[in-house]
Design a protein around this ligand. Structure first.
Ligand SMILES: [Zn+2]
Length: 337
C-alpha cells in the first residue's frame, strides 16, 4: 500500500533530518521538524502504482496525472497544484527535473492523498456547525453600512436552510449581532456534537482592491507544513491537527462548488493557523466567499439573491464531502498497490 511506503519514506527522512536539526535546535520537538520538506515522492512512480496515466503537458515543466475520473496537474516550482481543475496550495513547491516530478511526502500525505482517496467515516455526517464571522462591536470588513458581520450572519441563515432541507442538523455559533470569542465558537460546536465546523467570512484587500476577487477556503496548516500566506507551521498541539484529512477534503469540495457552480475566481484551498481552525475538535474549514473590497464582486455580495446562490454552492460542497466520506470502498485507489 502506498500509505505504508510513504510512511516509511517520511520516517527515514525524519530520522536523518532530526539528527541534523536536533543539533541545531534542540528545543524543537520532532513533529515540528517538517520531515516532509526533505522526503520527496517521485510522482511518476506514485501515479503508476495507483493506476494513473502520466501525460506531459510540457516536458520538464508541467505534467498531468489522471485516470478518466480525476486529474492532477503539477507545475515545476509551483506551490499550487490543480486537482480536478481546483487549486490546492501545498506547503512546498513541486519540483520537476528531466523526466521526473517530485512532491514532498508531507504534501502527498496531508493534501493530495486525503482528497484523492477520501477516508470513509463510520459515522455519517449529521450535524454541522456554521460560524458567522465577526459580530457585535467586531464588524469585520466594513464600508459605510456594508458590514461583513451582517452578511456572514445572513449567509449562515441561508446555508442553514439549505442544509436542513438536505436532512442535516445545523448549529449556529451566533444567532444575532453579538460578539462571541473565537475559542467559544468552537466550544459551542463541540458541545452541540457538530461533526464539521464551517466558519463564514467575506474577504477584503487594501492593495489591488480593483482587481483582487474570488473564493478561498482555508483549513489548518498540517503539522510540520507551512501556511499559505505566512511561514507559520502547523503544530500537533492544536486539537484541529487531528482532523487534517477530513478538513482538507471538506475545504476542497466547498472550494470546488464555489468555483464550478458560481464561476468564482479560484484562489485555492489554503492553509492557515486561524484560531477557530486550531481549536476545533472536529474537521474545520473557513470560507472566504468573495471580496467585499472588489467593485463588482463586492456589489454582488451585498445582494441577498447572490448570497442565496453562495449558500446553495457551499451546501452542495458540504453534501459532496458527506457523500465521499460515506460507504465502504475507497474510490480510485488501486487495490493491488
Ligand atoms: Zn472576516
Amino acid at each position: 500500500m502506498m500509505r505504508t511506503q510513504l510512511g516509511r519514506a517520511v520516517s527515514v527522512a525524519a530520522v536523518l533530518w532530526a539528527f541534523i536539526a536536533v543539533a541545531e535546535a534542540p528545543a524543537r520537538g520532532l513533529a515540528e521538524l517538517g520531515a516532509g520538506a526533505r522526503a520527496h515522492v517521485r510522482v511518476t512512480d506514485w501515479a503508476r502504482s495507483n493506476g494513473f496515466d502520466v501525460t506531459w503537458l510540457r516536458r520538464g515543466e508541467a505534467l498531468r496525472i489522471g485516470n478518466g475520473t480525476v486529474a492532477l496537474v503539477l507545475r515545476d516550482g509551483s506551490r499550487a497544484v490543480e486537482l480536478d481543475g481546483v487549486k490546492v496550495w501545498l506547503s512546498y513547491p513541486v519540483s520537476i527535473r528531466a523526466d521526473a516530478a517530485f512532491v514532498s511526502a508531507l504534501d502527498m500525505e496531508t493534501a493530495i492523498e486525503p482528497i484523492l482517496f477520501p477516508r470513509k467515516n463510520s459515522r455519517a455526517l449529521a450535524i454541522v456547525a456554521l460560524d458567522p464571522g465577526h459580530g457585535g462591536k467586531d464588524k469585520g470588513y466594513h464600508k459605510g453600512a456594508h458590514q461583513e458581520k451582517k452578511y456572514t450572519l445572513s449567509l449562515a441563515r441561508e446555508l442553514r436552510s439549505e442544509l436542513e432541507r438536505a436532512g442535516l442538523r445545523v448549529v449556529l455559533t451566533r444567532e444575532a449581532d453579538v460578539n462571541v470569542g473565537l475559542a467559544a465558537r468552537t466550544a459551542i460546536a463541540r458541545r452541540r456534537g457538530a461533526q464539521l465546523f464551517v466558519s463564514l467570512h467575506f474577504n477584503s484587500t487594501a492593495v489591488g482592491a480593483q482587481s483582487v476577487r474570488g473564493a478561498e477556503v482555508y483549513c489548518l496548516t498540517p503539522v510540520g507544513g507551512r501556511s499559505t500566506n505566512s511561514r507559520r507551521s502547523g503544530s500537533e498541539r492544536d486539537p484541529g491537527s487531528r482532523f487534517n484529512d477530513e478538513s482538507v477534503l471538506a475545504a476542497f469540495h466547498i472550494q470546488r462548488a464555489l468555483v464550478k457552480r458560481l464561476g468564482m475566481e479560484d484562489r485555492g484551498v489554503r492553509r492557515a493557523q486561524f484560531e477557530v481552525l486550531r481549536t476545533a475538535a472536529m474537521p474545520a474549514v473557513l470560507v472566504e466567499a468573495g471580496f467585499m473590497s472588489h467593485p463588482v464582486e463586492g456589489a454582488k455580495l451585498r445582494d441577498a439573491s447572490f448570497r442565496r446562490e453562495l449558500a446553495k454552492a457551499i451546501a452542495a460542497g458540504i453534501m459532496e464531502y458527506k457523500r465521499v466520506t460515506e460507504g465502504r470502498a475507497a474510490r480510485n485507489r488501486s487495490e493491488s498497490s
